[in-house]
Write a protein that binds this ligand. Sequence first.
Ligand SMILES: Nc1ncnc2c1ncn2[C@@H]1O[C@H](COP(=O)(O)OP(=O)(O)OP(=O)(O)O)[C@@H](O)[C@H]1O
Ligand SMILES: [Mg+2]
Length: 258
Amino acid sequence: MIHYLTMNALTVKDVTKTYATGTQALKGVSFEVPEGDFFALLGPNGAGKTTIIGVVTGLVNKTSGSVSVFEYNTDKDTELAKAQIGLVGQEVNFNPFEKPFDIVVNQGGYYGIPRSKAMPRAKQLLEDLGLGEKMYQSALTLSGGMKRRLMIARALIHEPRFLILDEPTAGVDVELRRGMWDYLRKLTKDGVTILLTTHYLEESEQLSKHVAIINKGQIVASGTMDEILAMHDDKEAAKDGYRGGRLEEVFIKLTSEK
Ligand SMILES: Nc1ncnc2c1ncn2[C@@H]1O[C@H](COP(=O)(O)OP(=O)(O)OP(=O)(O)O)[C@@H](O)[C@H]1O
Ligand SMILES: [Mg+2]
């Protein structure tokens, strides 16, 4: 038998995080994201999703455990691990008085990309993301959905192998959401690994390869989308009047108070 070795884009092992306030945001979290995956990290508000992303990207200091991004351990090869990642954070965090084009080009500077190389790439990214007409206007003039797309362009300027998006489609209308999911799917076809969080379970059900569901700082389920959907119980779902998609029913079952 031929054995193919596949690398993980992300390996999270026994990670805990207790914030200075005493909040135990992560209580021993382990999961893996295979290279090339379209991975959804799902969970209710306050479950610990943004904290995990913070730990992986070096914005939050973990309390214990280990994280590797491809072959780089985030404690030992911190800068190399970070360089593999493009991050679209949950909060809009660019300077609104700058122009989208400059925001994206300047981000390239943080990764040592010369302006001569960053400029055509920024233009291409902004055009691909539908911001061609806005790129030389102040970012103040962008709508909410445009700001999200600007953050995606910025996250891609250094051609990361691994793109992490924390609720990229929050507040984005249905048509634009489809466009964004399409764009992300194309990126995975080009070999980019994607991890995202979202509260749009129906869309996630259709697009994600692997899923982890987190609740109160602990992973309560993880596997392929088909494995998670197999946890669905048809009879149980019919009890109340409202019926969501299968992923939604599994999610509710695993994350609601008993
Ligand atoms: N900087 C912080 N200091 C103290 N507690 C924090 C901090 N950031 C987050 N927390 C707490 O850690 C827990 C997990 O928060 P986190 O932001 O990771 O959740 P989340 O899953 O991203 O939620 P949401 O879906 O609302 O974005 C929550 O109880 C939150 O109040
Ligand atoms: Mg969050």
